[in-house]
Design a protein around this ligand. Structure first.
Ligand SMILES: [Zn+2]
Length: 107
């Protein structure tokens, strides 16, 4: 089963199977250390750079800014939802903390 994933409107949306599913206007709470030193970090996304799928998880490459400390950076693999039986099920932006793992260096 193929999934049509792309970004629309200069990265304002993630489209899944030609339906706009995830907007950048949400604030995502990310695990401590995953983005900056805030605990947790509340990151306002500015744009989706790319989108792909990792197993059944839809992951976005996004750019965002922390509302607390102002850090602006990119997030390589932000899990935004899951594909279940061909349907897209978006994750809750406030519940993503435990899903985002930092590459490399310690916990
Ligand atoms: Zn921060």
């Amino acid at each position: 089963m193929s999934i049509a994933l792309r970004t629309l409107d200069d990265g304002a949306w993630i489209s899944v199977n030609d339906s706009r599913q995830v907007s950048v206007s949400d604030v995502w709470s990310l695990a401590t250390g995953a983005f900056c030193d805030c605990s947790p970090a509340y990151v306002l996304l500015e744009a989706f750079v790319d989108v792909g799928v990792d197993g059944s998880t839809v992951v976005a490459h996004a750019v965002g800014q922390c509302l607390e400390c102002g850090t602006r950076d990119s997030i390589e693999q932000l899990p935004v939802g899951a594909m279940i039986d061909g349907d897209f099920h978006p994750y809750d932006p406030e519940g993503v903390q435990w899903r985002l793992e930092r590459d490399g260096e310690g916990a």
